[in-house]
Each structure stands twice: as structure tokens, then as C-alpha cells.
Design a protein around this ligand. Structure first.
Ligand code: IPE
Ligand code: IPE
Ligand code: MG
Length: 237
């Protein structure tokens, strides 16, 4: 049996260009992108992936035109309302990571309700990164740790910081996918991607279908994860 990544993290990019190619407003690309999310979630469940983390809105995306930001916030709310009970029926746990302080209190409340409802589900943990930034994550972790343990200001190690990072409940991603052709991290999971296998595809997110996801899984299966060791040490040389 080929090895299935336990944790897949995805930057869902290219919605705007997908719409533009069709002479439609950018927001139509976001709408269509939700379909791809649904498909990818299903596919992860079928393939046996245990953690799927999706970058939905970065700390920097507030710089977009106000109308697009407003639309995206509305879309989160709409999708939460519509999909949470289905996720729950399918035993999927939903977790949101990111800074919630800038969100509408109604949205914060919906997120909280959805997390509480699905918290004991074990089939797949679906994490949505919204108003998330890798640097924000490291800073909030340090601040919270030092508040709880002021004595650590003298020095601390990775294991002491780890429980305060947003994704403390999950193993580090095995496979990172970015659609849309750009080859950058855009302030996604900086700490957690240290040893993740990176996969980039030109396909735009709304076009990223089942076979495209399979290609990414296949590519992962051909990688050799050495974590600093040599091939010979792994017994494969
Ligand atoms: C990704 O698609 C979705 C979000 C960032 C919310 P984009 O909106 O970045 O699409 P492109 O990159 O402009 O095509
Ligand atoms: C990254 O996409 C963030 C999300 C997909 C949510 P962007 O489209 O915002 O990234 P840049 O600006 O091209 O780096
Ligand atoms: Mg983009």
C-alpha cells in the first residue's frame, strides 16, 4: 500500500484568475472554489488522509478591495451555515485557526458553534486558516506562553513553545500543495512546514479536481523524506 500523507495543507490559489478568464467578477471564482473544497474534503476522507488544512484568507488579504473582503466574509458565514451539519454527519471535525478579533461577532459565534458541535469527530480534521499568518502564529504563541510562564523569558525551547502554536493538535503537514502557479508560502504555516514536501501546480483552484489531487498524492509517494540524514542511513541507498 503506497503511503498516504497523514496531513495535507493547501494554499487554494487562483480563484480570481479563474473568473477573469471567463469574463466574470473575481467573486465568482471564490464561489466556484467552494465546490473544489467540497470535492477535496471527500477525496481526503476516501484516501484516508487524517488532517486537511486549507488556507482560506491570509492576514494580508485585508489589503484587497473592500467589496471582495466583504464578499469573502459573507461566503464563510454562508458556507458554515450550509455545510456544518453535513460535515458533522460525515464525522468530520472542523477547526478554524487565525486571528478572530477582526471578524464580525456573528461569524465568530458561528465558528465557535461549529467547532463545539464537531469536536469529537475523528474521521478527518478539517482546519480552515482564516485571517491566519505564519508570523502571527509564532508571535501569538510566544506572547501567550510568556504570559502563562513569565519565567521562560530567560529562555525556552521548541517543546515549550509547541503547545501554544495554532496547530498544536495536529502532526506537522506531510504534503503542502499550492494551486495557481505561484511558488511561494505567502505567510502560511511557517513553523509547521519545516520538513513538509512541497508541491506546486499551475492549475487554478476551481479547476483542481480529483485527478489533480491524485497526482499530488503520487508525487508525495515518490519523495524520500530524509530529515537531514543520508539516503544510505534510511536503508534505501
Ligand atoms: C485565492 O484565490 C483565494 C483567496 C486568497 C481568498 P485568489 O483570489 O488569490 O485568486 P488569484 O490569485 O487572484 O487568481
Ligand atoms: C494566499 O493567496 C492566501 C490564500 C490562498 C488564502 P494570495 O493570492 O493572497 O497570495 P499572494 O498575494 O499571491 O502571495
Ligand atoms: Mg492569489
Amino acid at each position: 500500500m503506497p503511503e498516504v500523507p497523514r496531513h495535507v495543507a493547501i494554499i487554494m490559489d487562483g480563484n480570481g484568475r479563474w473568473a477573469k478568464k471567463r469574463f466574470m467578477p473575481r467573486i465568482m471564482g471564490h464561489k466556484r472554489g467552494v465546490e473544489t473544497v467540497r470535492e477535496v474534503v471527500k477525496h481526503c476522507v476516501d484516501a484516508g488522509v487524517q488532517y486537511l488544512t486549507l488556507f482560506a484568507f491570509s492576514s494580508e488579504n485585508w489589503r484587497r478591495p473592500p467589496d471582495e473582503v466583504k464578499f469573502l466574509m459573507g461566503l464563510f458565514m454562508e458556507v458554515l451555515n450550509r455545510e456544518v451539519s453535513k460535515l458533522h454527519q460525515n464525522q468530520i471535525r472542523l477547526v478554524m485557526i487565525g486571528d478572530r478579533s477582526r471578524f464580525d461577532p456573528l461569524l465568530v459565534n458561528e465558528i465557535h458553534k461549529a467547532e463545539r458541535l464537531t469536536q469529537h469527530n475523528t474521521r478527518l480534521t478539517l482546519t480552515i486558516a482564516a485571517n491566519y499568518g505564519g508570523r502571527w502564529d509564532i508571535m501569538q504563541a510566544m506572547n501567550r506562553m510568556l504570559q502563562a510562564h513569565p519565567e521562560l523569558s530567560q529562555g525556552f525551547d521548541e517543546a515549550q513553545l509547541a503547545p501554544y502554536l495554532s496547530m498544536h493538535y495536529a502532526p506537522e503537514p506531510d504534503l503542502f500543495i499550492r494551486t495557481g502557479g505561484e511558488q511561494r508560502i505567502s505567510n502560511f504555516l511557517l513553523w509547521q512546514l519545516a520538513y513538509t514536501e512541497l508541491y506546486f501546480t499551475d492549475q487554478l483552484w476551481p479547476d483542481f479536481a480529483r485527478d489533480a489531487f491524485d497526482l499530488a498524492l503520487k508525487s508525495y509517494q515518490q519523495r524520500e523524506r530524509r530529515y537531514g540524514r543520508t539516503s544510505e542511513q534510511l536503508g534505501k541507498g
